[in-house]
Design a binder for this molecule. Structure first.
Ligand code: DX5
Ligand code: ZN
Length: 217
C-alpha cells in the first residue's frame, strides 16, 4: 500500500508570521508545499528561491515540495534544487522537454514531479515515467488558493493510479479539505496538498490532526 502524505501549502499563510505558521504544522505534516508563480503561467506572483532557502535553513529536517507554476522550468529548476527542495514539480504544459528535465533532476539527486492542469490528460506522461517520482493532478485551475475542488478530477486521479502504479506518488492540489480528501484518497491519490484549509483556520494544527484522522494516516 502506498504511503499517505499530507503537504501544507504556505501560499495562503500569513507571510508576516510565516515562521509561526510553519511551526504550527511542521511536526504533523509530511511535507511543506511551496508554490512558485511567475505571473506568466498563472495570473499570480508568489515567491522564489530565496524564500525557499530561508525555509530550508529554518527547517533542516523538513521535506520541501516545490511546485513550479512558471514558464521556463527547464531553465529554472536548478535554482530550486540549490535552494533546498527535496522534490521539484513542474508543469508539463510549460515545456516540451519533460523527459530530459526529470532525468537531469534524478542525476542531480532530487525527486522529479510533473504536474498537469485540469484540462491535460495524465496519459501524456505515460511514455516518460522512467524518471517521474510524482504526478501532480491539479484539482483546480492553478494560480490561487481557496478555490473549489473540481469533481471531474476524481476520474483522472483513478486513471493516474492505474497508469503509473504504486511506485509513483499521485498528488492532488487544490480544493482539498475535510469534505473532498476522502474521495481523492479513494480515487487513488496518496499525497494531499492543503493550503487555505490549514492556514485560513484559527488553529492550523487542529486542522492537520483532523485531516490525519480522516485519512487514517
Ligand atoms: C494552487 C496552488 C495550491 C494552493 C492550494 O495553484 O498550487 O498549492 O495553495 O490552495 P487550497 O488548498 O486553498 O486550494
Ligand atoms: Zn501547489
Amino acid at each position: 500500500m502506498v504511503k499517505l502524505k499530507i503537504g501544507a501549502s504556505i501560499l495562503d499563510a500569513n507571510f508576516l508570521h510565516l515562521k509561526e505558521q510553519i511551526d504550527a504544522v511542521v511536526g504533523d505534516v509530511d511535507e511543506i508545499h511551496l508554490d512558485v508563480m511567475d505571473g506568466v503561467f498563472v495570473d499570480n506572483i508568489s515567491f522564489g528561491p530565496s524564500i525557499i532557502s530561508q525555509v530550508r535553513a529554518a527547517y533542516p529536517e523538513a521535506f520541501l515540495d516545490t511546485h513550479l507554476m512558471i514558464s521556463r522550468p527547464d531553465a529554472m529548476w536548478r535554482h530550486f534544487q540549490t535552494a533546498g527542495s527535496d522534490v521539484v514539480t513542474f508543469h508539463y504544459e510549460m515545456t516540451p522537454h519533460t523527459y530530459i528535465i526529470c532525468k537531469e533532476m534524478h542525476d542531480a539527486g532530487i525527486q522529479a514531479g510533473v504536474s498537469v492542469t485540469p484540462a491535460t490528460d495524465v496519459a501524456v506522461l505515460e511514455p516518460v515515467t522512467e524518471y517521474i517520482d510524482r504526478v501532480l493532478t491539479l484539482t483546480v485551475e492553478p494560480g490561487f488558493g481557496g478555490q473549489a475542488f473540481i469533481p471531474a478530477m476524481l476520474r483522472k486521479i483513478e486513471r493516474a493510479r492505474k497508469l503509473f502504479g504504486d511506485d509513483v506518488d499521485i498528488q492532488v492540489d487544490g480544493g482539498i479539505k475535510n469534505t473532498t480528501i476522502v474521495d481523492a484518497k479513494n480515487a487513488g491519490a496518496n499525497v494531499f496538498v492543503l493550503g487555505s484549509y490549514f492556514f485560513k483556520a484559527e488553529d492550523p494544527r487542529e486542522r492537520v490532526l483532523e485531516i490525519r484522522d480522516l485519512l487514517g494516516a
